[in-house]
Design a protein around this ligand. Structure first.
Ligand code: DAH
Length: 348
């Protein structure tokens, strides 16, 4: 076979092989086989040295043409293989399962508080709030806790040394409020009867931290004052509330109790829905769970806020949000609410 034919044959072979190039590997294989220093094209240039002088111009011309052609075709094949590869990498695989996103959820205490608010606003109660740093007057005195009266020992108080400046001197005695009952006073000071509000908020007590008590917790206070408000209305409202919150089958028990700001006073129990009254760890084998304190507003409290105790009467109640949430879910350690362990929180 003459040199010219050999060149034509190489050209055909190389062109066919170029057409098959797809991947960067194909590109490299082609380069090694045809275009590298030891490749077929270089070999032909080597061979050209041996041929008779008169054939050289024609052979050399063809060889150069073929080389130029192959090099430029190779370059475009190389580029398209590369962009093909890039495209491959950026291709979206719609069959890949999505990455799961964990969305946040409301804290169980928030959920209970919202549920309580929903129930009471649904029967005409408004919502009010008051300061967490409270003066002695609102937290105790106007609620009929006389100075130095032992009733103050019912609640372990955090005393605050410096009153907030804008509040002036007041009595000079400030506390982290031990209950939300002080908001009752503020509401009555600022509104004429009738008033019908609930007052949710955070309260503080200087108690040893344990599974049953924490230095802070949350309460919802309730107050209804109008002409002729009766104990029967208090019972009716609380019964309605408990049925909404715990289910229509719940049974209630009003037990006589004492609070300085209500007379008469009661504590409210519901039948233990964990053991349905048989007796268990949560109800301490009594079959009953205490959910709140309540009573008829003491006439002395009306005197403090300037209401005429002969004209109006009212009822009040107060419950702990942690306590109700613990009971609702059968949780046995209050600290879980404050640890913020998502393994706990994710369950609600
Ligand atoms: N303030 C009471 C406490 O923290 C709860 C309470 C009892 C509130 C009776 C009331 C009430 O409004 O009438 O233990």
């Amino acid at each position: 076979m003459g040199m010219l034919e050999e060149i034509e044959k190489l050209k055909e072979e190389a062109t066919a092989s170029l057409a098959r190039i797809k991947t960067p590997d194909d590109v490299e294989n082609f380069r090694l086989k045809f275009l590298s220093r030891k490749g077929s094209l270089a070999q032909l240039f080597e061979e050209m040295k041996q041929i008779p002088k008169e054939e050289k111009p024609a052979v050399g011309k063809l060889l150069n043409e073929v080389r130029t052609q192959l090099e430029s075709d190779f370059e475009s094949a190389r580029q398209s293989a590369e962009s093909e590869k890039k495209l491959e990498l950026s291709r979206i695989d719609l069959s890949v399962p999505g990455r799961k996103r964990y969305i946040g959820r409301k804290h169980p205490l928030t959920q209970t508080a919202e549920e309580i608010k929903r129930i009471f606003t649904g029967i005409g109660f408004g919502i009010a709030d008051g300061p967490e740093i409270e003066d002695d007057y609102h937290n105790f005195e106007a609620l009929n806790f006389p100075p130095d009266h032992p009733a103050r020992d019912m609640q372990d108080t955090f005393f605050v040394k410096y009153p907030p400046a804008k509040e002036g001197n007041g009595t000079g005695k400030y506390v982290l409020r031990t209950h939300t009952s002080g908001v009752q006073i503020r509401v009555m000071e600022n509104n004429k009867p009738p008033v019908r509000v609930i007052m949710p908020g955070r309260v503080y007590r200087n108690e040893a931290i344990s599974s049953r008590s924490y230095c802070l917790f949350h309460q919802v206070e309730g107050l209804y004052v109008d002409k002729n408000v009766s104990l029967a209305e208090l019972k009716g409202t609380i019964t309605y509330f408990a049925r909404e919150l715990f289910g229509s089958g719940v049974r209630l028990r009003f037990r006589p109790s004492f609070f300085p700001f209500t007379e008469p006073s009661a504590e409210v129990d519901v039948n233990c829905f964990i053991c349905s009254g048989k007796g268990c760890r949560i109800c301490k084998h009594t079959g009953w769970l205490e959910i709140m304190g309540c009573g008829m507003v003491d006439p002395n409290v009306f005197k403090f806020v300037g209401y005429d105790e002969k004209e109006v009467s009212g009822y009040a109640f107060g419950m702990g949000i942690e306590r109700i949430t613990l009971l609702k879910y059968g949780i046995d350690d209050i600290r879980l609410f404050f640890d913020n362990d998502v393994r706990f929180l994710n369950q609600f």
